[in-house]
Design a protein around this ligand. Structure first.
Ligand code: NAD
Length: 384
């Protein structure tokens, strides 16, 4: 079958790549720049240091009210601000929360109507144009938002997305140095998020030789670096490997999609405000354990990419060991492995199931069909 692969057209990746920001902003021909970021990064001094590199002739305004797992309300506020502000270029700096809002603001600046009109699950309108140019600069190694066409928002009980290639960045700048300040807990959750992207892309029904290559390399890089990056945050090699891993995983899942882990994680983020990375991490071993029998060969490849030798093992044995190693990795980086530890009670499982079932776009990529009863059983296993 023929495959269509899309990428952000310009990527700078590696140590020191942030120095390319000024020339890229100039090349996009804008004078008025809106920077979208979160208050913590501003306070940390990181935003000041990055913006100091920009030519003083740029007129810069700042929106720094981004909160983790951003809500629809904050997206509506930012879009209104962007329209009033007559911005010509958007620069998003931060984790996936800031980058997703930056993309949504850039594209909706040149549309009328509200953000909710364009949401995937509940909206009715289609995007008509690409909007303002955007440069995206991640400061976590996790979401891959800088190279995907998705913007995620938290609703009351679940999450919804705006998805279109108009959301793709004009330029992505991935500088591992910007992740040195990440504390262990966020390094862990965002790193497992990236690993989940690569694993779900690799077992996706839409996987292709191109996305397989990206996903396997991402799994190798993340598996060998995540513990080091969590335990020794100033290990520059581990930070570099994790940045590349997150970037490659983003490219893989943008083209092959993510599936069951994300479908079940979205309600945890929407209703219980559990950080995206943690909600993926707590479910990863359970979802992969449940669907293992439908993708044993691919789970064996994942086990090998994680650094283990499957030669003496059958695919049945290697795929079981793969699930065990995923659980061990999540435990080693100190993310809880049960829903109970996130204060979710058994009484919530039915409601979570009803919301996860609505994520048909995500569930459609699972190698094993996941029906309502399957989803409940996975939540139940993760609860206990
Ligand atoms: P985040 O952006 O919510 O940031 C989490 C915390 O980390 C924040 O408090 C932030 O201030 C802090 N932080 C960020 N960079 C830091 C640094 N360098 N040093 C110290 N602290 C830092 O976290 P995230 O996991 O990157 O993004 C999560 C969001 O991304 C969710 O809304 C999720 O749904 C979305 N997401 C989007 C995509 C996509 O393709 N667009 C993919 C996956 C997830």
């Amino acid at each position: 079958m023929a495959e269509k692969i899309s990428f952000v057209s310009k990527n700078h990746i590696g140590w020191g790549s942030i120095q390319r920001l000024n020339e890229e902003a100039k090349a996009l021909g804008a004078k008025k720049i809106l920077v979208v970021t979160d208050p913590f990064l501003l306070e940390l001094g990181m935003i000041g240091r990055i913006l100091d590199q920009l030519d003083p002739t740029f007129e810069i305004s700042l929106y720094s009210k981004v909160s983790p797992e951003p809500s629809l309300a904050i997206a509506e506020e930012l879009v209104a601000y962007t329209r009033e502000n007559n911005s010509e270029l958007i620069i998003g700096i931060g984790g996936g929360s800031a980058l997703d809002l930056a993309k949504i603001a850039a594209v909706l600046a040149t549309h009328d109507g509200q953000v909710k009109d364009f949401l995937n699950l509940t909206g009715t309108r289609q995007l008509e144009n690409k909007g303002l140019p955007k440069i995206l600069i991640p400061t976590t190694s996790g979401t891959g938002s800088e190279i995907t066409n998705i913007g995620v928002l938290a609703l009351d009980t679940t999450k919804d997305v705006i998805t279109h290639d108009y959301l793709l960045a004009d330029v992505a700048i991935v500088d591992p140095e910007l992740t040195l300040s990440l504390p262990p807990k966020i390094t862990a959750s965002t790193g497992v998020d990236a690993l989940t992207h690569a694993i779900e892309a690799y077992v996706s029904v839409n996987a292709s030789p191109t996305t397989d290559a990206l996903a396997i390399k991402a799994i190798q890089l993340i598996s060998k670096s995540i513990r080091k990056a969590v335990w020794t945050g100033d290990d520059t090699q581990a930070r570099t490997d994790l940045s590349y891993g997150s970037y490659l995983a983003g490219l893989a899942f943008y083209n092959a999609g993510v599936a069951g882990v994300h479908a079940l994680a979205y309600p945890l983020g929407g209703k219980f405000h559990i950080a995206h990375g943690e909600s993926n991490a707590v479910l990863l071993p359970y979802v992969m354990g449940y669907i293992r029998s439908s993708c044993k060969k691919r789970m064996t490849d994942i086990y090998a990419a994680m650094g283990f030798n499957p030669i003496q093992l059958s695919e049945e044995e290697a795929s079981i060991k793969c699930v065990e190693e995923l659980g061990r990795l999540v435990k080693d980086v100190e993310i809880p492995l049960t829903l109970k530890e996130f204060n979710i009670e058994e009484i919530h499982l039915e409601e979570l199931t009803r919301d996860a079932v609505k994520q048909k776009r995500l569930l459609s990529r699972s190698p094993m069909p996941l029906l309502e009863k399957d989803i409940y059983l996975i939540y139940e296993a993760a609860y206990k």
